[in-house]
Design a protein around this ligand. Structure first.
Ligand code: NAP
Length: 493
């Protein structure tokens, strides 16, 4: 029997925006004991892990930050990774979360103990026991490594974009980048500046639009600091600007056309070569995958030592990549920018609810929840940034704060009633059916659209919230016990 490291009302797994957001709220309320476990040696989630050159947020930082912790010092409209990581580290310190945090404590297994009506969470640092378990593991945590023949035979340096190897000297090297998503388009211009040659392996061409970035002047930062209302007003404006983009995702032609024209004009202005332009033309509906913001991605691809490879990858060899048209491309370094295990979320394979049912089995055909947060058969479990929470347009921090409030109210309810709660199967079914209905007609389910937002076998749009951000908060921002089964605690509770 392992020693119990912590025994609390609430255990939060993960210390990215979600875990720290909920932790901050619980700390400020001061009513419940809680602990955070984190598998890494520091906090920050995806903003700790993604240290690749050029890493920055593509949502303006005055919106992509906690509403209860505005920062007057964002350097640019789009915050850079080091400052976002620093913001999260300061959050952990200043909200008093570090004494509650266990680092280097990876969740190995979480089991609902029906008898004790507690979660037993086994970590690499021992056993944590809690009445309520909150997974705050995110979608973008575990690198997805493509299934390429003989990948392991490559003798050069190979690493994923979210596990950048800063020890590798890239100057003058023959570098390959696999993937052309949000990470790759930030990495490519940086690598083009130092590589001897750079080959970008594209499977699907993304939509790329201008990035309207600029640095904030000292005068502006001073204003945000002295007159916080100005930062609040900017946040409000950025929020509504994001909401105004949602009709594109609904497939409303006039909004789609506006944005497509912007992307087309951008491509035409930046790429003169008709053959390259044609290969960079997206072949799916706008918004199906993330719309990317960059002013330097296309120009990087036009440089003489940079090649765009679109033939597809046949296999890897010790020396590099063989493409489907038989070309061999020798490489010293391969950067794998192929995204994350966002469909079959790895943590769900470690959580067992009532009758030892695995969460990943419950989600075998795509994530199912009530209020994008709780799951039938999994008592006193709340999932942050799991199914039906991702956004095509907007700030995920808004969703996270909505979830944190919902969960904190549920935790109050559990404490007040001495209760164990779980959504009824009927309530979960109705919620899933409603979201499935709402996702019909969106660009995410349009013909030819294949992305990690959709479940590959059921075809359901299981990763995303298919509506406006504000609707998420209106519908799911406050805990309502009505669709829950409420059970009293046992004598041991
Ligand atoms: P991603 O968007 O999933 O893109 C992965 C790329 O790799 C795609 O181009 C994909 O091609 C390609 N790919 C995947 N498997 C492949 C294979 N087997 N062979 C060839 N190509 C393959 O991953 P990401 O760029 O890391 O971004 C993930 C998410 O992180 C984004 O959606 C976004 O939410 C977030 N992100 C945000 C920022 C930011 O600025 N805030 C920056 C980076 C990332 P296909 O398109 O054909 O699938």
């Amino acid at each position: 029997m392992s020693t119990i490291v912590s025994d609390t009302d609430v255990l939060i797994v993960g210390t990215g925006f979600s875990g720290l957001g909920l932790g901050s709220l619980l700390a400020r309320q001061g009513q419940h004991s809680f602990a955070l476990v984190e598998r890494a040696s520091s906090v920050g989630g995806t903003w700790r892990d993604n240290t690749y050159p050029g890493a920055a947020c593509d949502i303006p930082s005055h919106l992509y930050s906690f509403s209860f912790r505005p920062s007057a010092t964002w350097s640019h409209v789009y915050g850079r990774q080091p400052e976002i990581r620093d913001y999260l580290e300061r959050t952990a310190v200043e909200e008093g979360l570090l004494p509650h945090t266990f680092l280097d404590a990876e969740m190995l297994a979480a089991d609902w103990d029906e008898q004790a009506q507690r979660w037993n969470v086994r970590t690499t640092r021992g056993l944590h026991v809690a009445r309520t378990l909150v997974t705050a593991c995110g979608h973008l945590s575990d690198p997805s490594i493509p299934d390429i023949e003989d990948l392991d035979t490559f003798t050069g340096e190979i690493f994923h974009s979210a596990r950048w190897n800063h020890d590798v000297d890239l100057v003058g090297k023959r570098i390959g980048v696999l993937g052309t998503g949000a990470s790759a388009i930030q990495i490519v211009p940086e690598l083009a500046a130092v590589a001897g040659s750079l080959t970008v392996f594209q499977r699907s061409a993304p939509y790329v639009v201008p990035r309207k970035d600029r640095s904030y002047s000292d005068a502006e930062k001073g204003m945000f600091s002295r007159v916080p209302e100005t930062a609040r007003m900017l946040r409000e404006k950025l929020f509504w600007d994001s909401e105004a983009r949602f009709p594109q995702r609904l497939g409303v032609p006039v909004f789609l056309e506006q944005m497509k024209k912007l992307a087309r004009d951008h491509l035409e202005a930046q790429v003169a070569d008709p053959d390259l332009r044609e290969r960079l033309r997206p072949r799916y509906e706008l918004g199906c995958k993330r719309i990317l913001l960059s002013n330097d991605y296309y120009p990087a691809l036009t440089r003489p030592h940079v090649q765009l490879e679109t033939a597809g990858i046949e296999k890897m060899t010790g020396r590099g990549i063989v493409t489907r048209d038989g070309s061999s491309i020798d490489l010293d370094v391969l950067v794998v920018a192929t995204g994350f295990e966002a469909v079959d979320l790895p943590f769900a394979h470690r959580v067992r609810g009532r009758d030892a049912r695995l969460l990943s089995d419950h989600w075998a055909e795509g994530g199912r929840t009530l209020a994008s947060t709780s799951v039938t058969g999994f008592p006193n479990l709340f999932v942050m940034q799991g199914p039906s929470t991702g956004l095509g347009a907007g700030s995920i921090v808004y969703i996270i704060e909505s979830q944190a409030k919902y969960i904190s109210q549920a935790v109050d309810f559990i404490a007040d009633r001495g209760a164990v709660i779980e959504p009824t199967a009927a309530a979960e079914d109705a919620y899933v059916a409603d979201l499935d209905e709402r996702s019909q007609g969106t660009v995410w389910l349009s013909e030819g659209c294949r992305s990690w937002y959709r479940h590959p076998t059921s075809g359901r749009l299981s990763a995303l919230w298919p509506d406006y951000m504000r609707r998420y908060r209106e519908e799911n921002g406050s805990f309502d016990p009505e669709p829950y089964e409420v059970l009293g605690l046992s004598a041991t509770g």
